[in-house]
Every structure is written in C-alpha cells, then in structure tokens.
Design a protein around this ligand. Structure first.
Ligand SMILES: [Zn+2]
Length: 198
C-alpha cells in the first residue's frame, strides 16, 4: 500500500498475472484462515454496496477468467501495513482499525474502502502493466483511492504517505488535512489521529 521507509517490500511480479489479447486483469482469490477470508470478503462486499467506483473495479476483477490475484487474509503479518504488494498479504486487523465511515468530527478521514481500493488498483495496474515498478503501481493506487473520496464527496485528494521520525505513518491530503497512524513493532495500526485543515 504505502511505500514509505521500511514498508516497501521487494517487488515481485505475481506469476499468476498474465496478459491475454493485450488486456490483462486479475481475478480475486482469497487465501488464509476461513475466519480471516470471511472478514475480508465482508469488507469487499460492504464497499461494493456503498461505492460505485469500488464495485466497478471489483466486478471487473471478479469477472476475469485468465488470471488470478490472490490476497492472503490474516492478522498481524510481518511487514504488512494493510497489505504487502510483494506477498499479497492483507491484514484484516489493520483494516478493522480504519473507520468504515468518516468520524463526524473528521469528514475527510481516510476510510476502509478507500484503502482497499488503493491496493486493488495497485494489483490491477500491475496486471495491465507487467513488470511495472512499485512506485508506478502505487500511483494507480492513489488514483484509485481518490475515486472513492470523489464518490463520497470528501474534500482533499490523497498525496501519499510518509513515515515520520517516530515510525508513524503520516498521510497528507492536498487541502492540508493530515492523518497519523501509530504502528506497533510489526506494522499493525494501533491508533489514528487527525490534524490540519479542515
Ligand atoms: Zn500503494
């Protein structure tokens, strides 16, 4: 997801993603323990129900019959902040820490569907551009998450995230909003605070 210092795993192009007829997409498959798969699928389903851009991307992936992107649902995996682009790991515990709807006092807050859309868009971009560098895929991820913000009518477009001197993730938006995620030693989100305008 976020390619900040210490978070960027080695780029490994998923062998399952192929190009057929000039158009490649990656069907979604879920691995991991049944309870974690169910939790992740429930999040996908909730996002499909609430967001047209999410539903469009998800359905285009689900309808593919030529390639598969496997997301390994789990909790607390090493070096997995929400997801790990190199392994396909998705930390449903991290996703649970991110609000499904913005808190009333922080209408511009990053939402769960926004971050899920980010990693789906990254995988889709890689499927369409085999061999693409992480940074390029990550840009597609940022564009994808901003589509969710647009659809929600949220102010501020994501600029990306950095890691501060205390090892926290700082997400910035182009209208001055900031958001800080506190992590534990294995990159699990333990708290979220908000700053900047509005
Ligand atoms: Zn990313």
């Amino acid at each position: 997801m976020y390619g900040g210092r210490g978070m960027r795993a080695a780029l490994v192009v998923a062998a399952a993603v192929t190009v057929a007829g000039g158009v490649a997409v990656a069907r979604i498959a879920l691995g991991g323990a049944e309870a974690d798969r169910s939790a992740l699928q429930a999040m996908f389903d909730a996002c499909k129900a609430e967001s047209a851009p999410f539903r469009d991307e998800y359905d285009s992936m689900a309808g593919c019959t030529t390639a598969t992107a496997t997301f390994n649902a789990g909790r607390g995996q090493a070096k997995t902040l929400v997801d790990s682009f190199s392994t396909g790991n998705v930390d449903v515990g991290d996703l649970e820490q991110i609000p499904s709807s913005p808190p009333a006092e922080h209408p511009g807050a990053t939402t769960r569907c926004q971050v899920i859309k980010h990693f789906l868009a990254e995988y889709m971009y890689r499927a369409h551009h085999p061999g693409a560098e992480f940074e390029e895929c990550h840009k597609a991820g940022i564009q994808g998450e901003n589509e969710i913000r647009n659809a929600r009518g949220q102010a501020g477009r994501a600029n990306g995230a950095t890691i501060d001197a205390s090892g926290r993730v700082v997400i910035s938006y182009d209208d001055g909003q900031t958001e800080t995620w506190t992590l534990d030693a294995t990159a699990n989100i333990t708290g979220i605070s908000y700053g900047g305008a509005p």
